[in-house]
Design a protein around this ligand. Structure first.
Ligand SMILES: Nc1ncnc2c1ncn2[C@@H]1O[C@H](COP(=O)(O)OP(=O)(O)OP(=O)(O)O)[C@@H](O)[C@H]1O
Length: 230
């Protein structure tokens, strides 16, 4: 599903070269749910941007569904991203003047899909995330947790091969954080959605079966959470 192969990345500005990721290597199988854990500055965002095809790596490769995304042209990559990758952001990134349903439909609008089909898919996903009653409301009328549910439904509507979630609970209180992680786990288990959750929060990482930990740009752990016993 996802293979990150010997990935290294440095940022260059003028004569300065800042190495940020060092020989990162791991695979994520279909139906897995993993947490990418690391403290601030460990390289999580850089790795996420590379895996999502938003930047090209200095060296190494990223394969999604067997296709090396760093080799794709900009146009091909934009199309690939629209059809194969889902995104969930910390700040939801909903369009304020569109209804909840219209926000969820949006990725299909970009694919040129017809209205009725789009609407049915959006309604079905919104009821799966517990928002069947809120479809005609606007984002500002919802709580933060509800807005994140909308963004989760939107990330799934193209039936992507993999969904990247960037600090999905970063703006939420502890109780809502738990509810959102519960929802992601349920979607993973019932629909087999493959999730990569980028987080610096131990509580989030502990809930996934597999944790990949970055420290100073190095992959230092890959496996079941081995921290404090529960
Ligand atoms: N465009 C850039 N140019 C130079 N250095 C950069 C750039 N972007 C990030 N860095 C550096 O790369 C390192 C990793 O940053 P990154 O944002 O990937 O970490 P992070 O783990 O996502 O942190 P946070 O949780 O705070 O977002 C940091 O030392 C940062 O200063």
């Amino acid at each position: 599903m996802l293979a990150v192969e010997h990935l290294s990345h440095s940022f260059r500005s003028g004569s300065e070269n800042t190495p940020v990721l060092h020989d990162i290597d791991f695979r994520v199988d279909k139906g897995e749910m993993i947490a990418l854990l690391g403290s601030s500055g460990s390289g999580k965002s850089t790795l996420l941007n590379l895996m999502a095809g938003l930047m090209k790596p200095t060296s190494g490769s990223i394969l999604i569904s067997g296709q090396a995304i760093e080799k794709m042209s900009e146009n091909r990559l934009a199309e690939f991203r629209r059809t194969h990758i889902g995104f969930i952001f910390q700040s939801y990134e909903l369009i304020p003047h569109l209804t909840v349903r219209e926000n969820v439909e949006l990725p299909l609008v970009f694919q040129g899909q017809r209205g009725k089909h789009r609407r049915e898919k959006a309604m079905s996903l919104l009821s799966k995330v517990g928002l069947g009653e809120k479809t005609e409301m606007f984002p500002s009328q919802l709580s933060g947790g509800q807005q994140q549910r909308v963004s989760i439904a939107r990330s799934l509507i193209t039936q992507p091969a993999i969904v990247f979630a960037d600090e999905p609970t970063g703006n939420l209180d502890t109780k809502t954080e738990k509810e959102i992680i519960d929802l992601l786990i349920e979607l993973n288990q019932t629909l087999g959605i493959t999730f990569v959750i980028v987080t610096h929060e131990l509580e989030v990482a502990k809930r996934t079966r597999r944790v990949i930990q970055l420290r100073d740009g190095y992959l230092v752990e890959d496996g079941a959470w081995a921290g404090d016993a529960e």
